[in-house]
Design a protein around this ligand. Structure first.
Ligand code: SAH
Length: 465
């Protein structure tokens, strides 16, 4: 299998400085699966091409190795591994071009930092989902993508096309970026893994994906295919990428919250929500409670009035919201006794947090709809598996009710940052599945005036363990 990279940036032979490989020489490396060779088929000042050729030993690959090929099938000896670019390419790139991938260049740092015309030719790639995936992965990164599909067997055209493509990518990019894109995306296309196994794969993915993966429109598909059969790792990687993607939760949050409040104001829905949540807590006899995603502290205020509560903790990922909560509750002027009952904590529901363990109850009011799928999955485990309060109260909008908000255009959510709004059935399905998985039971209560067909504006699930 062969990868070539060509530049016409002049003097083109500077490519040798960027890669730390002299164009006049052949460079060879021994790898566990075979050999890698780096050489330059052309090197003039107008145009320079570097080639990375992998010589994979298909028999050596399976001999003495445990894993999916165990059992002595023909597949061990007849497979496409020697010919198609795969995760082996990434391993070889790491070895041969490691310094270039980190963006460092001894003699030409300025050039390393600069976007230059580069063309990469991949001969060949196996991509079972088809050509569209190749375009979807590389085009958002600014490449012009040309693909050529190969017949399964040239001698038997009637067998039709195979899943193999030659791909040409060209664009104005930094060499470092091109190498990192290939490192991550070639195994994603191939998705037949040999090397990705351990936890440090997540670290590797995040490192090589730094600066581009979090913003890629198909990042979810990329991560899942990069870590096949590793759902937990994929989830973790996505949660971390998503966090990166939203570096300023404060700013997004605030602007929209006011809109939502305005719309729900006429029915004083938030008041009804607070009332309903407090009533549930009262009925459980909870003494120590967490308000997760407490925002600006509306519920905290009501909780403080509940004398039976001895400890109230408000947690939010938005530092700005916590500051506002602190001002609104006049925390600095609160009598010592009150102050001792309340704690505000900066933290994220994406991560296991020891500080959250051991409480009687947790409330999660109008928060889950702000979490996209990977974050919601992380949240489920953080709260229901790790923190495990005895009672968990979750509220979320009932989407069916939205048609009753006159100012809300059809099909839109109540808040711009909402990732979803669920119907009653969707919420109940999610909640039941979560309770089953983590050993809770759940009941559902409506909040706000109920419409006979559409239900109430807010829905609440009360989980008990
Ligand atoms: N519970 C409050 C605020 C709801 S708005 C109320 O009813 O008024 C949703 C809140 O969830 C915001 O304050 C937002 O900052 C917070 N949030 C979003 N993602 C979070 C995360 N990963 N961890 C903790 N809080 C989060």
């Amino acid at each position: 299998m062969l990868l070539t990279i060509t530049t016409t940036h002049q003097p083109a032979t500077d490519l040798g400085y960027l890669l730390h490989k002299n164009p006049a020489k052949l460079h060879s490396f021994e790898l566990s699966f075979g050999k890698a060779h780096v050489f330059y088929p052309e090197a003039s000042s107008n145009r320079c091409t570097v080639a990375l050729l992998l010589d994979v030993d298909p028999v050596g690959l399976v001999r003495g190795k445990r894993g999916q090929h165990e059992g002595g099938t023909l597949d061990q000896y007849v497979n496409d591994r020697p010919y198609v670019l795969s995760s082996f390419l990434s391993v070889a790139m790491g070895r041969a071009f490691g310094t270039a991938m980190s963006g460092r260049s001894k003699g030409r740092q300025e050039l390393a930092d600069q976007a230059i015309p580069l063309t990469a030719k991949l001969t060949v790639i196996g991509c079972r989902p088809g050509e569209a995936l190749i375009h979807e992965l590389f085009e958002p990164l600014g490449y012009t993508v040309t693909t050529e599909r190969h017949p399964l067997d040239e001698k038997f055209p009637e067998w039709g096309e195979g899943p193999y493509y030659s791909v040409i990518l060209s664009g104005m990019v930094r060499l470092q970026d091109l190498l990192n894109h290939l490192y991550v995306l070639v195994p994603v296309l191939d998705a037949e893994k040999h090397y990705w196994i351990g936890k440090d794969e997540v670290e590797k993915l995040l490192r090589k994906g730094e600066g581009w993966l979090a913003l890629h429109p198909h990042k979810e598909a990329i991560v899942k295919r990069y870590l096949p059969r590793q759902r937990q790792l994929a989830r973790e990687a996505l949660a971390r990428l998503t966090e990166e993607d939203n570096p300023d939760p404060d700013a997004t949050e605030q602007a929209h919250t006011e809109e939502e409040t305005r719309m729900e104001e006429p029915m004083r829905l938030w008041e009804q929500r607070m009332g309903a949540v407090v009533a549930v807590l009262r009925s459980t006899g909870a003494k120590r409670v967490l308000d997760l995603g407490c925002g600006e502290g509306k519920l905290l205020r009501s909780l403080l009035e509940e004398r039976s509560l001895t400890e109230i903790v408000g947690m939010d990922v938005s530092y700005r919201s916590l500051e506002i909560a602190s001002q609104r509750l006049k925390l600095d002027r609160m009598p010592t006794k009150q102050k001792e009952r309340l704690k505000l904590m900066h933290g994220s529901l994406m991560y296991r947090d020891k500080r959250l363990a051991g409480y009687d109850a947790a409330t999660v009011v109008e928060v889950i709809e702000h979490l996209d799928a990977p974050r919601l999955a992380a949240f489920e485990r953080v709260l229901f598996e790790a923190a495990r309060p005895k009672t968990i109260v979750v509220t979320t909008p009932n989407r069916e009710y939205n048609v009753k908000f006159e100012t809300l255009p059809a099909g839109q959510f109540r808040h711009k940052d909402h990732r979803f709004e669920w119907t009653r059935e969707q919420f109940q399905q999610w909640a039941s599945q979560i309770s089953g998985r983590f050993g809770y039971s759940v009941r559902f209560l409506p909040i706000g005036e109920e419409d006979p067909q559409l239900g109430a504006p807010t829905q609440m699930g009360v989980f008990s363990s």
